[in-house]
Ligand binder design. Structure first.
Ligand code: ATP
Length: 391
């Protein structure tokens, strides 16, 4: 009853095709958990005790649609003619050559596939072969943990193998209002130092999901109890930093700002933050903040003089800097800059005999400064100013 009729019918068809091949096929992961929780979810992940890619190709032969496969991982995404995306993977076991490294995989059975998963609530499968349609496989007491509101890892090395599961644990705990079991919580603390071994890209992917989830203040505090911030940045965030980062993330949902905000007042903030800056834009923000720090020492007494310095900085950088430094004047500047409207156009300048060239932008820039300082408010005043100063 939680699925649309079309999806339900489709699952039955897929189950029948799997029967014709003599392979077992299961719905897996989040969707099974959400069936039990009565939460909407149509993210269909299927695992098959057989070749996932070959099966996806067979589905597209029989039912149409397109397949994108990733040979290396034995996974495929089948897009149906109705544009429904279905992920199909081969049951697999993961084994780790080193802690926190990416796993090696080999084909296996459903139990082994479930065992490699993050938490008991995410490690249940629902068979969709016709004769067993709807049979729940719950080897690790996921249902009990849903009832008891527990986030529980499946084995004691789980966080060591993949420390990003620590961040996932917090995300699911907050989403469902569950608690980490005592053992899971202790094992998270024991493994937290392993987060240092994880690449920035993988860390940020998990933090991005965390930020999207909302409840970021609670998430930050919970991660702190586990020791995540001390591990990654060398200290716990202060209450003030948490308020600041919340203000930034409300505007820009980018987990990079967690690291920037918490490191910013530290002596070697740039070095710490650089590790988490993956895009050109993030690196530019770091650079611009550094320059802004230098300007901070200069006397900027009017909004116009601030504009002289900062006119070519993006609103984003100034906004972040304003929050980080709690600079009231910059706050006012930003608000005014957003609303300032050009009083004169290039045409107005040409009409008054000024030849087009670099002088144009110079004049318009000066005019904006005067507008920001409320010295010029109307087009008439702007024209008088122009005629007086640029004869
Ligand atoms: P959501 O509702 O946020 O989509 P989900 O449970 O579907 O939650 P996904 O990130 O889509 O989460 O992952 C699908 C499944 O893959 C999970 O339910 C879990 O079984 C498994 N999984 C994902 N990431 C990990 C991980 N780091 N370690 C172990 N298992 C994982």
């Amino acid at each position: 009853s939680q699925l649309s009729k079309d999806i339900y019918k489709l699952l039955i068809e897929i189950g029948t095709i799997a029967d014709s091949q003599g392979v077992k096929i299961y719905l897996i992961g989040g969707i099974v958990r959400d069936f039990i929780l009565n939460r909407a979810n149509e993210d269909i992940d299927l695992v098959i005790e057989g070749d996932g890619i070959a099966f996806a190709n067979l589905l597209s032969e029989r039912l149409g649609g397109q397949v994108k496969s990733h040979e290396k991982f034995g996974t495929a995404t089948w897009k149906t003619t109705e544009n429904v995306k279905i992920d199909i993977v081969t049951c697999r076991t993961e084994y780790y050559d080193a802690p926190a490294a990416l796993p090696n995989v080999r084909a296996s059975n459903i139990r082994e596939d479930l065992r490699r998963r993050d938490f008991t609530i995410n490690a249940m499968a629902l068979q969709i072969n016709k004769s067993h349609f709807g049979t729940l496989l719950d080897f690790f007491q996921g249902q009990d943990d849903i009832e008891q509101k527990n986030i529980r890892i499946l084995h004691t090395l789980s966080f060591i193998e993949d420390p990003t599961r620590i961040i996932r644990a917090v995300r699911f705990a907050l989403r469902f209002h569950y608690q980490l079991t005592e053992q899971t919580f202790t094992l998270a603390i024991d493994a937290v130092a392993m987060l240092k071994q994880v690449s920035a890209k993988r860390l940020l992917r998990e933090f991005e999901l965390l930020v999207k989830e909302g409840s970021i203040i609670e998430a930050i505090k919970m991660l702190d109890e586990i020791g995540v911030w001390t591990t990654l940045l060398g200290h716990s965030p202060t209450e003030e930093e948490i308020i600041k980062v919340n203000a930034i993330l409300n505007e820009i949902q980018d987990p990079f700002f967690l690291f920037l905000t918490f490191a910013y007042h530290q002596k070697d903030w740039k070095r710490k933050v650089k590790f988490f800056a993956l895009t050109a834009r993030q690196n530019q923000i770091i650079q611009q903040l550094e320059i802004l720090d230098e300007h901070q020492k200069e006397q900027l007494t009017t909004i116009g003089s601030i504009h002289q310095q900062f006119y070519n900085y993006t609103e984003e950088t100034i906004f972040i800097y304003t929050v980080l430094t709690k600079n009231e004047m910059l706050h006012t500047y930003l608000a005014k800059r957003k609303n300032v409207k050009a009083l004169l156009s290039g045409r107005d300048l040409i009409d008054r005999g000024i030849k087009p060239g670099p002088v144009f932008s110079n004049i318009l820039h000066q005019l904006t400064c005067l507008q920001l300082d409320d010295q010029i408010k109307t087009k008439g005043e702007a024209i008088t100013w122009l005629e007086t100063n640029f004869k």
